[in-house]
Design a protein around this ligand. Structure first.
Ligand code: ZN
Length: 133
């Protein structure tokens, strides 16, 4: 794992939250992107080497919708940048972590992503991400 790539925050209304985080971070999001397969709309802000990702559900099927229903808005996941997502997945599986998708999927912001179940990591959903080159 190289660094914290981003922190994902579940929000109800991404347009409203973009305004709040634009003020907070004193910059506009550099990217707004819908991920159809995940039923989410995302926006990204850069802070040094890390990012903040805001996520709004576009369907009640979305994991973000379910998260907000259960816990309300707030931090949804922490994403780590990895060199080789396949070797990290097999390493974590050997260590006993519950990997939610063993085959990396295409996430937002040009990344291969894989999620580790929060029950494996003290209640925190972990995302591994590797830039698609
Ligand atoms: Zn993320």
């Amino acid at each position: 794992m190289k660094k914290i790539e981003h922190i994902g925050i579940a929000v109800k209304n991404i347009d409203e939250s973009n305004k709040i985080y634009s003020k907070l971070l004193n910059q506009n999001p550099y990217k707004i992107e819908e991920v159809l397969s995940e039923y989410v709309k995302t926006s990204f802000f850069k802070i040094g080497d890390s990012k903040i990702e805001l996520l709004e559900a576009t369907s009640s099927e979305s994991a973000i919708a379910k998260f907000i229903e259960k816990k309300g808005e707030g931090i949804h996941h922490i994403a780590f940048d990895v060199e080789d997502i396949h070797s990290e997945i097999s390493r974590l599986k050997k260590e006993g972590f519950v990997v939610l998708n063993e085959i990396p999927k295409k996430g937002a912001d040009n990344k291969w992503v894989c999620f580790v179940h929060p029950k494996s990591a003290n209640g925190v959903l972990i995302e591994l991400c590797q830039e698609i080159k």
